[in-house]
Each structure stands twice: as structure tokens, then as C-alpha cells.
Ligand binder design. Structure first.
Ligand SMILES: *Cc1c(COP(=O)(O)O)cnc(C)c1O
Length: 488
């Protein structure tokens, strides 16, 4: 049975019902019933649902409970790193000293906030082995664009205008070629080997004096560590290009190795993945960009600096790649990331990578009889199955993802990377307990068993969600959000 408060708020509307009334305004020139100045009042009443306050409270509270989040259940979304966000992060981010600071406040009134920015940038430099960071970009993709603008500016300032190509591996996250295109660069794809790593032999013929650089993700989107990086770095640098590191999910290597030491020149990090801020539906995020020594002046304006007296100030550099954001990044995300690093401390940050890798390998090895593992061997923080081991019943990756919703799990990333037809990409993260992983493994095995014994049950899933299978594109592109659209 559909409960009243499971309905859409529009459906609860009853002519003349009211949730709230304002005191009568008896002054001249104002509307008696709502107090709005008469000349500002609409001529016709807007079409809004007419409901009681109680209806509204129940409606939105129940709606919030239908939302799946990392606080409600396991979220094994590969390539997205949905990890636990300690509550102290939220407390710090909500501190009035930060939330009530005006973005245009003069720097002498914003010293504390600038110190947080400066110290986080310094921590990221140390963790990644790069010389300097900007925290200004608002997301991973925005960081990629910023990094590529730096790459382009670097070549331009040397008068090397021919370099318009960026090499991107076929396993790359979709934002890599998209950012390169937005930056006005041409994309050249390099193939992966059967082991899932960049094919050095395929790379060699692509390297010439038109190459601006290469974008790499390590571990790559298959969760595999790129072992040929020293060779790749040598080849790309010899041809005059730069190496860009997509460090969206840096948790696999945190505390173990550093992109700067591998030979990378520019990188971005997703604070909203590696450093805990949960994200969904496009935000909130922050995508700091780091550069090796010698490229610092190309970072976007403004930059946060500290003088000898310990005073923080902003600088702009004429040679900078530009300005990429209105203010100094997504500040609340910066506060959360800084809090996260401080609460872990130097010792525990080193455990992030090993635990992320252990958890991923534990899940992978436990499920590889039921699900087809196209690339064997030790993975890093995530791994990819190519559908079920037994595909004879026609149960697809989409069916498996839908069935997991019935069991209270967020679906893994599906149909990405594009290297396989039935990709299921799983990232447990370092913050889950063995018990949670064991439960997930048991459910994944159960779904595989159902697929073999009662495939039609899996093909028609989900059953327990508020809505069943949707046309997801239409639902996302053309949501009906107003009373008028509902009625029309
Ligand atoms: C998430 C991700 C990105 C893009 O980050 P956004 O913040 O979503 O723009 C880029 N590369 C990789 C490998 C990612 O996982």
C-alpha cells in the first residue's frame, strides 16, 4: 500500500489547505494576508501544492530516508572513492569562524582561513612529492583543465607552439580526454597491453615534437599499478613533453609512493575522494593541482603565500596559466580534507594505501569464482570484473547492479572502464571493516547463485526500491520538479 507521505508533495495538495499563515499587515500599501507590499504582489496566485506543515515535514523526512548515502550503507563505487567522512570534519567545516567569513574579506581578516589553505597545500606537496599546490579548482575535471592549461602555458612561454597533442591511455577516466578537448588540445589514444597497463611499444611511435604531454592515472582505472612509469617518463621528457598524473583516487598509493618521485610534472587530487568529503550528484568537490619545482609560477592566480613574519598574503603572477575560480576553491571541502589529514597524522596516513589495497584484494579474491576477472594478479584500491563467470543465463551487469539495491547496497560502477563489455568496478576503500566486506561478498555470491538458478528474478530487479527500473537518461535530463510539469 502506498502511504500518504510516500506520494509526491503535489499529490497531497488539497484546495484551500494551508501550512502557514502570516500575521495580518494592516499598514497601508501592503497586502492584508501576506504582508507583501501591494505593488510587488503577483496578479495571479502561483500554482503551488496546498498542504499542511505536517505533510511537508513528513514528506521531506521520508524522502531523505530514501536517499542512499555512505552514511546509510556500503558504497563500493569504483573510481569514485566513497569512504567514511569522520564527523569531526563536518564540525570543523561548519565552524562559524569559517562559515561566516566573507569571501571578499581583506587578507588581514582572513589569516586563519589562509593558514588552513597554505598548510593543506603544503601537506599535499609532501604527500605527492611535488613543489607547490593550488587548491582553487572546484573538482577533479576542473583540476585536469587547470593542469593542462599549465602544460600549454609552459610550452607557449618557451615559444614551442607546435605542441598541441595530449596522449591519453584507452583506460583513462572519461574526464581526461574531455578536459584536453576543452583546453583546445588534440587527443591521441595509446593502447593498453593485455595486462592492462600502458603499452610502451605503442607509445613510442606517438612521441614527437607535437606532443604537449601524456595524462596517466596510476594505479589506472583498472586498479593496476603502471610499472613502466620510469621508462614512460624518460621517453616523454626526451621528446619535450610533460607528464600529467590523474590523482583523483590517490588513496591506493598514499604513504607508499609519490607521483613527484615517479617523474610526474603536474597532477591533480580529488579532495572529495582521497581526503574523505562525500560527494554525489556532482558535488561538492575540490581538485587541487600540484606542480614540480620550476613550474610554480604557472599555477593559477591568486596564490597563497607566507612571509617571514608568518603573515599570509595573496599574489598574482603574470606568467600564470590564468584564473580558474572566483575565490580560493571550495573552502568547506578544504577544511574537511585538512582535518582528515591532521586527525590521521603522519603515521596513520601511511596506512591508507596498504589498507585500501588489502580490502580490494580481499573482495576480488573472494568473488573471482562467481564473477569473471579479466586481469589476474594483485590490484591496488579497486578492480574490475567483466560480468558473471557464467553468462549463459543472459544476466547482465545492469541486472546485478539492480539486484544489489534490493539487498541494501549501492551498486558498484558499471560499464566503466570501456575496455570490457560487462565491467563491474568495485572499490571498497580503506575505511570499511572486514565484517562489512564479508557481508557484501556473501550478497554478491547470492546474486550470482540467483542468476544461475532463477535468472528472471535478477533480470526484473529491483523490487524493494521506491521505484523500479527507470529510463535513467530521461529521469536525469528531464526531471519533473514543478507542480505545473506534474499536471501537464
Ligand atoms: C572522479 C575522477 C575524475 C573526475 O573528478 P570530478 O571531481 O568528478 O570532476 C577524474 N579522474 C578519475 C580517475 C576519477 O576517478
Amino acid at each position: 500500500m502506498i502511504r500518504n507521505y510516500d506520494k509526491l508533495i503535489f499529490e497531497l495538495s488539497k484546495e484551500g489547505r494551508m501550512g502557514y499563515s502570516l500575521p495580518k499587515n494592516e499598514f497601508e500599501g501592503y497586502c492584508m494576508c501576506c504582508g507583501i507590499p501591494a505593488h510587488l504582489k503577483r496578479e495571479t496566485t502561483p500554482e503551488l501544492p496546498q498542504v499542511t506543515e505536517f505533510d511537508v515535514v513528513r514528506h521531506y523526512t521520508n524522502l531523505s530516508n530514501k536517499n542512499f548515502g555512505v552514511d546509510t550503507g556500503f558504497y563500493p563505487l569504483g573510481s569514485c572513492t566513497m569512504k567514511y567522512n569522520p564527523r569531526i570534519n563536518e564540525e570543523m567545516a561548519a565552524h562559524p569562524a569559517f562559515t561566516q567569513l566573507h569571501p571578499d574579506a581583506p587578507t588581514e581578516c582572513a589569516q586563519g582561513a589562509l593558514e588552513v589553505y597554505y598548510n593543506l597545500a603544503a601537506s599535499l606537496s609532501e604527500l605527492s612529492g611535488l613543489s607547490a599546490f593550488t587548491l582553487n579548482p572546484y573538482a577533479g575535471a576542473h583540476g585536469e583543465l587547470t593542469g593542462l592549461m599549465i602544460m600549454r602555458k609552459y610550452h607557449m612561454l618557451r615559444g614551442d607552439h607546435k605542441r598541441t597533442k595530449v596522449i591519453v591511455p584507452d583506460s583513462a577516466h572519461g574526464t581526461n580526454p574531455a578536459s584536453a578537448a576543452v583546453c583546445g588540445l588534440q587527443i591521441v589514444e595509446v593502447k593498453s597491453t593485455a595486462k592492462g597497463t600502458v603499452d610502451v611499444e605503442a607509445l613510442k611511435p606517438l612521441l614527437d615534437d607535437t606532443v604537449a604531454g601524456i595524462m596517466m592515472t596510476n594505479p589506472n582505472t583498472l586498479g593496476i599499478f603502471e610499472t613502466e612509469i620510469p621508462e614512460i617518463a624518460k621517453l616523454v621528457h626526451e621528446c619535450g613533453g610533460l607528464l600529467y598524473y590523474d590523482g583523483a583516487n590517490l588513496n591506493a598509493v598514499l604513504g607508499k609512493c609519490r607521483p613527484g618521485d615517479m617523474g610526474f610534472d603536474i597532477m591533480h587530487i580529488n579532495l572529495h575522494k582521497t581526503f574523505s568529503t562525500p560527494h554525489g550528484g556532482g558535488g561538492p568537490g575540490d581538485g587541487p593541482v600540484g606542480v614540480r619545482a620550476g613550474l610554480e609560477h604557472l599555477l593559477p592566480n591568486p596564490q597563497v603565500k607566507k612571509n617571514e613574519q608568518g603573515i599570509f598574503y595573496l599574489t598574482t603572477d603574470e606568467e600564470s596559466a590564468g584564473c580558474v575560480s572566483g575565490f580560493l576553491g571550495n573552502f568547506a571541502v578544504i577544511v574537511r580534507a585538512y582535518t582528515y589529514i591532521l586527525t590521521l597524522g603522519r603515521e596513520n596516513v601511511k596506512m591508507v594505501g596498504p589498507l585500501a589495497v588489502l580490502n580490494a584484494n580481499y573482495v576480488k579474491e573472494s568473488l573471482k569464482n562467481e564473477y569473471y576477472l579479466p586481469i589476474e594478479g594483485v590490484c591496488k584500491h579497486e578492480f574490475v570484473f567483466d560480468g558473471l563467470a557464467d553468462k549463459s543465463t543472459g544476466v547482465t551487469t545492469l541486472d546485478i547492479a539492480k539486484r544489489l539495491l534490493d539487498y541494501g547496497y549501492h551498486a558498484p560502477t558499471i560499464y566503466f572502464p570501456l575496455l570490457f563489455h560487462q565491467s563491474i568496478m568495485i572499490e571498497p576503500t580503506e575505511t570499511e571493516s572486514k565484517e562489512t566486506l564479508d557481508e557484501f561478498i556473501a550478497v554478491m555470491k547470492k546474486v550470482a547463485q540467483e542468476a544461475a538458478e532463477t535468472p528472471d528474478v535478477v533480470k526484473a530487479a529491483p523490487y524493494n526500491t521506491p521505484v523500479r527500473r527507470l529510463d535513467e537518461t530521461t529521469a536525469a535530463r528531464f526531471p519533473k520538479t514543478t507542480y505545473k510539469q506534474m499536471k501537464g
